[in-house]
Design a binder for this molecule. Structure first.
Ligand SMILES: Nc1ncnc2c1ncn2[C@@H]1O[C@H](COP(=O)(O)OP(=O)(O)OP(=O)(O)O)[C@@H](O)[C@H]1O
Ligand SMILES: Nc1nc2c(c(=O)[nH]1)N=C(CO)CN2
Length: 168
């Protein structure tokens, strides 16, 4: 089993897309650890506010299978394969960590955005404050404590997502 963390972002009908993403991820991975949901201004372009969160879960899938499955969920929810980086999106799913794997292919791990986007680091530090990412001396809790919080304002929002009950 591998421990993975995924970031979820949306700024088009974000409540709807966050719920859909959580449903899809639960179907794919089973039990999920879900962070608080945060609202913030779009970073890097002029667009509507985003909702962001991070999910932690375990999987038997390989890294390649996991990356492909996340991509398929994005595409199913309106993300064209050739979407521009700084543009509004219904759903953005990014693999942040796959155990302690460090690689450039098939995706870049750990995802560099972890270290400079508050909307990724804050929720990740909630889920895994003690975890030290590969090639780092600091845990996510320490990294968040030391983060310059004046650059980006984040607001936790109340959001109700009910995990579907799985029949046993
Ligand atoms: N850790 C990762 N998770 C998801 N996609 C990744 C990762 N590393 C590299 N990629 C590659 O990046 C491409 C998507 O671009 P990228 O995710 O960088 O931009 P984006 O999704 O438009 O913006 P964002 O920075 O919000 O994810 C995908 O084709 C994917 O193969
Ligand atoms: N607040 C916020 N801003 C963004 C986000 C995001 O998820 N949240 N994703 C982007 C695409 O890389 C660009 N800008």
């Amino acid at each position: 089993m591998s421990q993975i963390f995924i970031s979820i972002g949306s700024n088009i009908e974000p409540q709807h897309h966050m719920s859909l993403a959580l449903d899809e991820l639960q179907q794919l991975f089973g039990s999920l650890q879900v962070s608080s949901i945060f609202e913030s201004q779009a970073v890097g372009f002029d667009g509507d506010n985003f909702l962001n969160a991070v999910v932690g879960c375990q999987t038997e899938l390989t890294l390649e299978q996991t990356a492909n499955a996340l991509r398929e969920i994005e595409v199913r929810h309106g993300r064209p394969k050739n979407a521009k980086k700084f543009a509004s999106r219904g759903l953005d799913l990014d693999l942040l960590l796959f155990d302690a794997v460090e690689c450039q292919q098939p995706v870049i791990l750990p995802r560099p955005e972890i270290f400079y986007n508050a909307f990724v680091l804050w929720p990740l530090s909630e889920l895994a404050p003690e975890l030290i990412p590969p090639s780092s001396q600091r845990s996510f809790g320490q990294l968040w404590q030391e983060f310059d919080k004046t650059k980006q304002q984040l607001c936790p929002v109340s959001f109700h997502w009910q995990p579907t009950r799985v029949k046993v």
